[in-house]
Design a protein around this ligand. Structure first.
Ligand code: GLU
Length: 469
């Protein structure tokens, strides 16, 4: 059997972390088994689906690197096929027209609630002959009344639901458009999906979907319902817990590799291993070992993982993501300055996110208009202009602009002026970076280059002189 999985988001919002984890688990299960991974956009709810959301989902998938072998399929392009299946069910007697009005259904519901019964459709139109009235009729699936549905869920284990518990579900609305449960099973059937991996908010739909598949004489897939993701307060993860949209994590400076690694551990583990290369994830992931209980999202842990990836991933990879953040700050390929890969090497120990790294690196490319107030006050004291002048004079004479040479000059200047190293290096740092924080001074200077170093030293000398008077 060739394994085929799918991710089937409804485009009614951005790709959130819960959806991304569902997509990842489906992707991993396909990759692991040399199977096929399908992306299917479930856009039949015309009022709530937007193109903007479709784009956001595609963008999220691409950023995460969850590539699909088939799709994206769009359900709105398959209405004819759904109609065909609905007709087949009608012809077989497995579906029927229902003429009950909203008011009738509402009063039925109220009655059932008053009797403390589970609200469900009572099958009133089941035996009614098909009349000619075309308006205001829905189509319902005739659910079997006897027997039970057994689901061997790969995560939750055996689930048994008595058919008595299920009512006759609407498969086409009054305007003839098909509903979710119908479109899903037609697609899963037509696309040959072998494993349906999805959030457990759908577990109640599964027995209904199996019954429709049975009525069509189709095989049904394996199901794996993933436990939900909780926020740190134990409630279902939502916007009020902070970032839930995948692209927000990009904006906040996370690497997609780190986010994926974080997500794979939400509900799955392999001993106490925390860091997985993509190849390891694919090799070790096992859908059958996913936890039954919900897992909590832990932003601190994600941040820790992100730092691990920033420090240990190939600097070229980190640089490729840093580039986007620099562009947001107006720094592009045409901007004069050091190669981003060298920035990564210089800054990775001190940057937990790419936003931190980008913010702490703009001075390598752009002149700053102001000094950090505290740093200037502390380091630009009277007489410091002379220290900076001595450094300037020595740097001007340098023929080979190289870290070790520059470092020696700083040491030598401190010695000559009989000052502690910090009294020379720190004013120098503030002069060329505008702040008191930067990589080691030799790395900082060599990344900055000769021109920026000299012009900024000159500017600082003037600044100190002006502020004296
Ligand atoms: N479109 C459904 C959703 O976004 C998922 C359907 C499924 O996975 O079966 O919730």
């Amino acid at each position: 059997m060739t394994i085929k999985t799918r991710f089937a988001p409804s485009p009614t919002g951005y790709l959130h972390v819960g959806g991304a984890r569902t997509a990842l688990f489906s992707w991993l299960h396909a990759k692991k088994n040399n199977g096929t991974f399908v992306l299917r956009i479930e856009d039949t709810d015309l009022e709530r689906s937007t193109q903007e959301s479709v784009n956001a989902i595609l963008e999220g998938m691409q950023w995460l690197g969850l590539d699909y072998d088939e799709g994206p399929y769009y359900q709105t392009q398959r209405f004819d096929r759904y109609k065909e299946i609905i007709q087949q069910l009608l012809d077989q007697g497995d579906a029927y027209y229902c003429y009950c009005t909203k008011e009738e259904l509402e009063s039925l519901r109220e009655q059932q609630m008053a009797n403390k019964e589970k609200p469900r459709y009572n099958g009133k139109c089941r035996e009614q002959p098909k009349d000619q009235k075309e308006l205001n009729r829905v189509i319902r699936f005739r659910n079997p009344e006897e027997g039970e549905v057994v689901i061997d869920d790969l995560v939750k284990g055996k689930i048994v639901v008595a058919n008595k518990e299920l009512d006759d579900l609407i498969i086409a609305r009054t305007d003839g458009t098909p509903t979710y449960n119908l479109t899903v099973i037609v697609d899963d059937m037509d696309m040959g999906i072998t494993h349906v991996i999805r959030g457990d908010d759908h577990v109640n739909n599964t027995p209904r979907q199996i019954n429709i598949l049975k009525a069509l004489g189709a095989d049904f897939p394996y199901y794996a319902h993933l436990p939900m993701i909780l926020g740190d307060d134990g409630a279902r993860l939502s916007k009020r817990h902070g970032a839930v949209g995948v692209m927000q994590y990009r904006d906040d400076g996370y690497l997609p590799e780190a986010l994926l690694n974080y997500l794979v551990r939400l509900g799955w583990s392999h001993g106490d291993q925390e860091i997985f290369t993509q190849a390891e994830m694919i090799e070790l992931f096992d859908i059958g070992q996913v936890n039954v209980s919900a897992s909590a999202f832990n932003t601190e842990k994600l941040l820790w993982l992100n730092h691990q990836y920033i420090m240990n991933a190939e600097p070229e990879l980190v640089a490729s993501h840093l580039e986007w953040h620099m562009q947001q700050r107006g720094i592009g390929a045409a901007t004069q300055g050091p190669a981003l890969v060298d920035i990564v090497k210089a800054q990775r120990e001190r940057s937990k996110t790419l936003v931190e790294m980008a913010n702490a690196s703009t001075y390598f490319y752009q002149d700053f208009s102001e000094y950090d107030e505290k740093a200037a006050k502390k380091n630009f004291k009277q007489g410091t202009d002379e220290v900076l002048q001595a450094l300037y004079d020595a740097f001007v004479a340098v023929t080979e602009w190289q870290g070790e040479v520059l470092h020696k000059i700083v040491l030598h200047t401190a010695e000559q002026l009989e000052l502690k190293l910090g009294k020379v290096a720190q004013p120098l740092r503030v002069a060329v970076c505008g702040t008191g924080m930067s990589p080691s001074i030799d790395v900082t200077l060599s990344l900055l280059g000769r021109d920026k170093t000299l012009s900024r030293l000159q500017k600082a000398i003037n600044y100190i002189k002006e502020n004296k008077s």
